[in-house]
Design a protein around this ligand. Sequence first.
Ligand code: DAK
Length: 270
Amino acid sequence: MEYILYEEDGAVGVITINREKALNALNSQVLDELSAQLDAVDLSKIRCLVLTGAGEKAFVAGADIGEMCLLTKAEAEAFGKKGNDVFRKLETFPIPVIAAVNGFALGGGCEISMSCDIRLASDTAVFGQPEVGLGITPGFGGTQRLARLVSPGMAKQLIYTARNIKADEAYRIGLVNAVISPEEGGSSKEAVLEAAKKMAKGIAAQAPIAVRASKKAINDGLQTDMDSAIVIEEKLFGSCFETKDQGAAMSNFLEKDKEKKLKVVPFVNE
Ligand code: DAK
């Protein structure tokens, strides 16, 4: 692959969008390669993903404006669908995905971060939906995910004004889970990547089927009314009682032997 890097650290996979010269802007090739990389993740081994951008300056500076500039209506719709399909693949990916947002996350960059389960921002991160300044609407789900993630009023303000916001404001409005500052003199990008990997390892240490079921319950439940959502949770909760992890973890808790009680459960993927 030309624009996607992938490495594994134990049960954590790290995907890097690697088009630094164009601030990791999303062209068709990046989107195709990202989709192929997601398909190639070994889910029997990997329990959490981290998504980041190459370099210090940008996570993703948006969809590729050069590629979009001359699109016809039909081509624009096809480009929008290509992005939306990949973003939806990320959003519904069986295991959690953490965005380590190192720098600019504009337009499609903000949108791809919102397709991830959790966003950690470097202290240098900048978020925004500048599309109306380019004569278009957000096209990779921004009108929908931003309104759901923050609030309709705040999403409208950000989208209508095309104003960029810094990491601390993104945190204040609930767009990111945390802002990570480096040690004095350290790299902001390294700090956010390390924090994301650390969180990913913590997630990977939990019962994997229970984590996957929790993601599915939250995602599916948010698409429906509360009565139906609770049934979705009940079914997924019930399914955990067919796993070895549930039996082992609860028995360990009930063990009288303190040593054994505190022992980390070697969760299996079944
Ligand atoms: N696309 C293509 N190239 C980009 C880019 C982008 N979004 N952002 C940056 N680059 C390139 C620059 O052209 C430059 O390339 P060279 O000139 O060196 O060849 C290189 O990256 C470095 O950028 P700058 O020289 O501009 O760097 P600065 O530090 O001066 O400025 C910046 C950094 C992030 C403030 C600036 O690059 C910038 O404003 N970039 C554009 C940000 C932006 O507007 N992003 C939103 C794009 S719109 C849809 C599907 C999707 C979308 C919409 C509809 N459908 C089809 C339905 C999504 C739209 C968007 O994402």
